[in-house]
Ligand binder design. Structure first.
Ligand code: URA
Length: 310
């Protein structure tokens, strides 16, 4: 058995690989497969927190157009997020010129500005790769940084046409400061090989840069605080195709709570960049029968990339 065959066998893909036409991706998905989908971050948090996060995301969207015109101080983004939620500020009021000081006071004024800037791209909009990495290194916007060994920024070719996005570092990633180096990373390497890619040819990043303690799914507040870094990475990289690995990456980038089962099989749009959704390798390790569906997703991603090139 050669290396390619061994790798395809490991992915449960060998019989699928030899078909001329991959099975249609819209074939009925067994109820059991849907039910076996991994529990996502949103499901993992309290309902009240989810509601707050929705409000925060709406606020983020509403301030997209804000022009960066001020200097922030050390008040953190997460403090601001808490403050706008606490104050029950209508999103439209975020634009009012007298809103910041009248509603939240001076300290909140600064955190409002930082939150607006970070999420509108203003705070990170001019950062290059080294500056961005430095900001991630220094970030303390949520409590994960205090509990992890080090942030795991991302790795790969800074000119890659492929971006693969996971959820968050695990224990091995936290220790080695590189995404996807544990068991799911070894499977991801094989998935890449199956479509003719080496790890060094793609860029790998996570939604969350710091390992959540006990490898729990990240909370929505942590995702809201960390997502701007991934968005800036995408802005700098400008990949031709993004592959979202799992629910957290798909939900965060597509701003949806839809299931993986419903998102896979079509090409989505992230700010003009085609985005394909597939299962997270950790889920595939637990549910190896789903690897055939992941293979269909990878085929769709390859087709999409070919469409971009042609
Ligand atoms: N799972 C992820 O989502 N990312 C990693 O880097 C490792 C495991």
């Amino acid at each position: 058995m050669d290396r390619r065959e061994a790798m395809l066998r490991e992915l449960n893909l060998y019989p699928v690989w030899v078909r001329r036409d991959p099975a249609p991706s819209d074939q009925p998905v067994a109820e059991s497969a849907v039910n076996a989908a991994p529990v996502d971050a949103v499901e993992a948090v309290e309902a009240v927190e989810a509601v707050e996060a929705v409000e925060a995301v709406e606020a983020v969207e509403a301030v997209e157009a804000v022009e960066p015109s001020f200097v922030s101080d050390a008040v953190t983004v997460s403090q601001y997020a808490a403050e706008i939620i606490e104050a029950q500020v209508p999103v439209a009021d975020l634009f009012a010129s007298d809103f910041q000081s009248a509603t939240l006071g001076d300290a909140a004024d600064n955190s409002l500005r930082e939150f607006q800037l970070k999420n509108s791209g203003g705070l990170l909009g001019a950062t290059d790769w080294p500056e961005l990495q430095q900001k991630v290194q220094e970030c303390a916007d949520c409590k994960l940084r205090a509990e992890c060994t080090q942030p795991v920024f991302g790795t790969g070719d800074l000119h890659a046409r492929w971006l693969f996005v996971g959820e968050a570092p695990g224990a091995e990633e936290d220790e080695r400061c590189e995404p996807f180096v544990g068991a799911s990373g070894r499977l991801l390497d094989n998935m890449l090989l199956a479509i003719g890619l080496q790890r060094s040819e793609v860029y790998l990043a996570n939604v969350i840069k710091c390992r959540p303690t006990d490898d729990r799914h990240p909370h929505v507040g942590e995702i809201a605080a960390c997502l701007p870094y991934l968005k800036r990475q995408i802005g700098l990289l400008q990949p031709a195709v993004i592959v979202a690995l799992g629910k957290t990456a798909a939900s965060a980038l597509l701003e949806t709570d839809a299931t993986i089962a419903s998102l896979r099989g079509s090409v989505h749009d992230y700010k003009g960049i085609p985005l394909v959704v597939t299962y997270h390798p950790a889920y595939l390790l637990r549910s190896p029968l789903e690897k055939a569906r992941a293979w269909q997703d990878l085929c769709l991603a390859v087709q999409t990339m070919e469409g971009c090139s042609g």
